[in-house]
Design a protein around this ligand. Structure first.
Ligand SMILES: Cc1ncc(COP(=O)(O)O)c(C=O)c1O
Length: 440
């Protein structure tokens, strides 16, 4: 098919805009940490696509797995199982603690959370679900109801029983109590608020172990243990959504291993499919049996599809063979050191924080007030793209403007150095051009 007409037409003429602005380049090719636009310009990808390409783009083993699936089956009747699906369920059960042994394979993170919420409601007989301020769990209605970072306005009521806890953000304490070190007061205040609002039907807390879109928030020591105690006291289940944190980004297979707390329900997505749409909802044998007995229903067109399962098996193989967990920690240190160097040099960087290869950089107008510098942040992000670095800037309500930096786990040290140099140049240039004033 000829694509020559693409240069003459506005690219988004026939597309619905869905939130973030479209990047003003067409991307034609992706390999490892690099992508190329249709004119052949090379761009470093510090977002791993949409946080899914943890092995790097188009890893040869993923390409091979896709070919293998083409020899077998790509898609089947929803009630049919295939060897890759069975093998993946066994592999995950082998990686996870014995209690988390039953998987349901879906396509997106939103869908996996939707299934998790339904299982939690069916199992407990309750319907109230508590999310976190700043959280992101997907765009389907149930998942969106417990998203508190953005996108709630204009669609009418969310799911009845959707409540929120304040995220333990030490840089912007949600209860205006701590500064720079969270002492857990927000959790106690939060559960008091939950109890005050509950109609006595609390089913679950859903959380990202390290909140990503909400500002790369690493909770303080012992935090998840306290949450689990609060849940147990109220007969609530704890759901961990590890869309971004599972499979290496934080240096372990699962982030909950760092925090020493096992969830009752685990959801996986993004990183499991390595760029292909695959997600999983994982529960205990007892919960699966109870929900089955109660008529749990969640067939979708692509439930248990063989193609993404074949790819996920390759993802798990590569993670182990290329020791990407250890690599993420080593490269994460290098990245964090580079970012801290930039923080020393540029006043606009108020904070650098993160874990492994998930790093957050706060852009502030003033380091004392910590007011977000949204406009300059956007101008620098655009300049980075012109210079060949793709960065994701996220706004956390009116509170923060941040870069969430997460290159593939296969990123090389020279690529990190190059990314930091581009960022340095972009910040310097935009500020020299009076970036704030110009951007506003
Ligand atoms: C933590 C988390 N959960 C769930 C989702 C939703 O996943 P999907 O977009 O695949 O539905 C996302 C997407 O960004 C996410 O970051």
């Amino acid at each position: 098919m000829s694509t020559s007409h693409l240069t003459n037409e506005p690219w988004d003429e026939h597309l619905i805009r869905y939130g973030m602005p479209f990047v003003p380049r067409l991307i034609a090719k992706a390999r490892g940490t690099l992508i190329w636009d249709s004119e052949g310009r090379e761009i470093l990808d510090f977002t791993s696509g949409q946080m899914c390409a943890t092995l790097g783009h188009n890893h040869p083993r993923i390409v091979e797995a896709i070919r293998e699936a083409c020899e077998g089956a790509l898609h089947l009747f929803s009630g049919m199982l295939s060897p890759p699906v069975v093998a993946l369920s066994q592999r995950l059960a082998g990686l996870l603690p014995p209690r988390l042994s039953k998987s349901l394979f879906l396509s997106t993170g939103g869908e996996a959370n939707e299934a998790a919420l339904k299982l939690a409601k069916l199992h407990t007989g309750n319907f109230e679900v508590v999310g976190y301020t700043g959280s992101w769990h997907g765009m389907t209605s149930g998942a969106q109801s417990v998203n508190y970072v953005a996108g709630r306005q204009g669609y009418g009521p969310m799911m009845p029983g959707s409540l929120a806890l304040p995220a333990p953000n030490a840089y912007h304490c949600p209860v205006r109590h701590c500064r720079d070190a969270c002492d857990g007061t927000c959790l106690e205040v939060g559960f008091d608020m939950v109890d005050a609002q509950s109609t006595g039907a609390l089913a679950a807390v859903i959380a990202e172990p390290v909140e990503s879109s909400g500002g790369v928030i690493v909770p303080p020591e012992g935090y998840w243990q306290k949450v689990k105690q609060h849940c147990d006291k109220r007969g609530m289940l704890l759901i961990f959504d590890e869309a971004q944190t599972a499979f290496g980004r934080l240096g372990r297979d699962f982030a909950f291993q760092h925090f020493g707390v096992e969830p009752d329900i685990l959801t996986l997505s993004k990183t499991l499919g390595g760029g292909l749409p695959l997600s999983a909802t994982i529960v205990s044998e007892a919960m699966e049996a109870d929900c089955h007995e109660k008529g749990f229903m969640h067939p979708t067109s692509h439930v248990s599809d063989p193609l993404p399962a074949q790819v996920a098996l390759a993802v798990l193989d590569v993670l182990a063979e290329e020791r990407l967990n250890a690599r993420a920690l080593a490269m994460g240190e290098l990245l964090a050191a580079g970012l801290r160097y930039l923080q020393d040099k540029h006043e606009i960087i108020g904070d650098v924080r993160g874990f492994g290869l998930l790093q957050g950089v706060e852009l502030v107008k003033d380091r004392e007030t910590r007011a977000p510098d949204v406009a300059t942040g956007r101008a620098i992000t655009s300049r980075c793209m012109e210079l060949g670095l793709s960065m994701n800037i996220v706004s956390v309500g009116v509170m923060a403007s941040m870069w969430r930096i997460a290159p593939p786990l296969s990123v090389r040290s020279e690529e990190i150095d190059r990314g930091i140099a581009i960022l340095d140049q972009a910040i310097t240039e935009v500020l020299a051009e009076g970036g704030r004033a110009a951007a506003e």
